[in-house]
Design a protein around this ligand. Structure first.
Ligand code: MG
Length: 158
């Protein structure tokens, strides 16, 4: 078994869509980034790569590469899952935390779990998504940014 940990943070700005775990969340602001800035999916990708000791998301999908401008991060997740399977691993489980003062993510949690399960091609029961506020302190707490943490357990397939 191998454990992986991932973290990501993106700035919030008006006039951007807010994509979290592949789901379009209704909000007055969205996350800024080279790709679709899906902070949760990026944290999961880094956790998967970390578990395999295969570098990080920036190494695999550089933000200097025009091919990844506006990229759908679920597509990047699918590509990392190809590496996971090629390495002989299956995903035991994924646990995550999204830190956002607003909007309230609770109504979206089931949809996010479903979308991530499809993207990773694993059962939804293996994916946990939790949302927390930052108690109104710091950039997340002031609505300037959203961050996410993820841990994954990889198991050898045989
Ligand atoms: Mg990111």
């Amino acid at each position: 078994m191998r454990i992986g940990f991932g973290y990501d943070i993106h700035r919030l700005e008006e006039g951007r869509p807010l994509i979290i775990g592949g789901v379009n969340v209704q909000h007055t602001k969205g996350l800024v980034g080279h790709s679709d800035a899906d902070v949760l999916t990026h944290a999961i990708i880094d956790a998967l790569l970390g578990a395999m000791a295969r570098g990080d998301i920036g190494m695999h999908f550089p933000d200097t590469d025009a091919r990844y401008a506006g990229a759908d991060s679920i597509t990047l997740l699918q590509r990392v899952m190809t590496l996971v399977r090629a390495g002989g691993y299956t995903v035991g489980n994924v646990d995550t935390v999204v830190v956002a003062e607003e909007p309230k993510l609770q109504p979206y949690i089931e949809g996010i779990r479903q979308r991530l399960a499809e993207g990773m091609d694993i059962e939804k029961s293996r994916i946990s998504v939790k949302a927390k506020t930052n108690e109104k302190v710091g950039p997340q707490g002031c609505g300037e940014a959203i961050s996410a943490y993820a841990v994954v357990l990889l198991e050898t397939a045989d």
